[in-house]
Design a protein around this ligand. Structure first.
Ligand code: 5GP
Length: 213
């Protein structure tokens, strides 16, 4: 029996690239296929969010204690707030053969790559920088200052895009969702992820041949 571990899939992307929407649709289009890791954060809860659903909302003290206890797989600061991936959920589910998706920013993604060289890193981007700017502005709720702050974060992120395994261009939502699913499923079939199965088949065939002689 070939007991395969689940994949650790990291999904990052520019603010305004639509990664949250892609995630939501991925989960509803392919029910049960993926498990979403819920991060801890020190940022204040937004309207419509619920503790334990979007994030585990923590005080600075609680977050620091979790760091000391080694509870995080990775953690990083984004826009003045701390975010971290609880280690236990990811370890438990991947050990059970389930694919876990981490929707995290670039610094955290690179930490995950160091810990799990086999992690699959996907980066979501709009088709062009002009489109990204348009989407950031189109939200309409943000001041010019916030928009330019977001754009400078995006500049830094764009420098790390080539560290990712795949780009997901989010032009049409359904296409992007299908694309993410296809990439993850293809990765399961990658020969380098199936060394054990390849070896088993090879050994068994040799046995069969010996029996024939
Ligand atoms: P937001 O505050 O808008 O929900 O998230 C801000 C950024 O933090 C997003 O890029 C999001 O992907 C990232 N983020 C969310 N959770 C984590 C986490 O656990 N670790 C890291 N490194 N980034 C995270």
């Amino acid at each position: 029996m070939n007991e395969k571990k689940g994949l650790v899939v990291v999904l990052s992307g520019f603010s305004g690239a639509g990664k949250g929407t892609i995630m939501k649709h991925l989960m509803s289009t392919y029910p049960g296929a993926y498990h979403l890791s819920i991060s801890a954060t020190t940022r204040p809860m937004r309207t419509g969010e619920r503790d334990g659903r979007e994030y585990f909302f923590k005080t600075r003290e609680e977050f620091d204690r979790m760091i000391e206890e080694g509870a995080f797989l990775e953690y990083a600061t984004f826009n003045g707030n701390s975010y971290g991936t609880p280690r236990e959920y990811v370890s438990k589910l991947t050990a059970e053969g389930k694919d876990v998706i981490l929707e995290i920013e670039v610094q955290g993604a690179l930490q995950v790559r160091n810990i799990f060289p086999d992690a699959l890193l996907l980066f979501v981007t709009p088709p062009s920088a002009a489109e990204l700017k348009k989407r950031l502005v189109a939200r309409g709720t943000e001041t010019d200052e916030v928009i330019s702050q977001r754009l400078s974060i995006s500049v830094g992120e764009s420098e790390l895009m080539d560290k990712y395994d795949y780009l997901v261009v989010n032009d049409r939502l359904e296409d992007a969702v299908r694309h993410v699913h296809a990439i993850i499923q293809s990765e399961h079939a990658a020969t380098r992820r199936n060394a054990e199965l390849i070896n088993d088949i090879h050994k068994q065939l040799e046995e069969f041949r010996k029996e024939q002689i």
